[in-house]
Design a protein around this ligand. Sequence first.
Ligand code: MG
Length: 237
Amino acid sequence: MPDVKLITFDLDNTLWDVDSVIRKAEKSLRAWLLEEVPEVVARYSPEAMIELRTALLRENPQWRHNLSLLREELLYQAIRQSGYGEREARQHAANAFAVFLDARHQVEFFAGALDALAELARDFVLGALTNGNADIGKLNLDRYFSFGYSAASVGVGKPAPDIFHAALRHANAGATETIHIGDHLVDDIHGANEVGIHTIWVNLKQEDLLEDSSAPTHTVHEVEQIPGAVQHIISAD
Ligand SMILES: [Mg+2]
């Protein structure tokens, strides 16, 4: 019977739907730009912004692990190219990014997500492991999570083992004393499996397992089923 003491969670698409949140945040950002730096909106269509983002990533591939830095640099470049001076562009980019980041934290939790966290936090140490820029403090989730690591804070994202090892070290837990819970078969399930951590796949869209991917220890189709799946792993031989 595994003695589990640490449970780590992915955030985006595991505890809330992220696509709708990002769509709304992009809209808020665009409205802010239109109001404050309209030249940018005139010069850069949403498609042109994506092209600029692609070009920035090509030149700075390491920024893919730091989405906040990438977005603020993207805004800076777009504002700078629209005729603003360096200092002014930096200031506007910082303000614009703050608008985006605020909206990015207006998430709607999946049914049962907060109850599951509250229940598990009573018996286990909980950690948040994200490749994105959701902040557990801004989401008031530090009630449940003892710690969080991001791709940006560790320097490389999942499925690389670094972030999982950081969590094990932080909680002084062994891999077999740990369960990682997430929606992504490669980043979450394969990544954690490779480290020897038990895994729960949050498969809300009833997807099939990838042929070459490692199988999760357990799969749930509703977030509400997570505490039960944890018990299932603990009571397994
Ligand atoms: Mg995810």
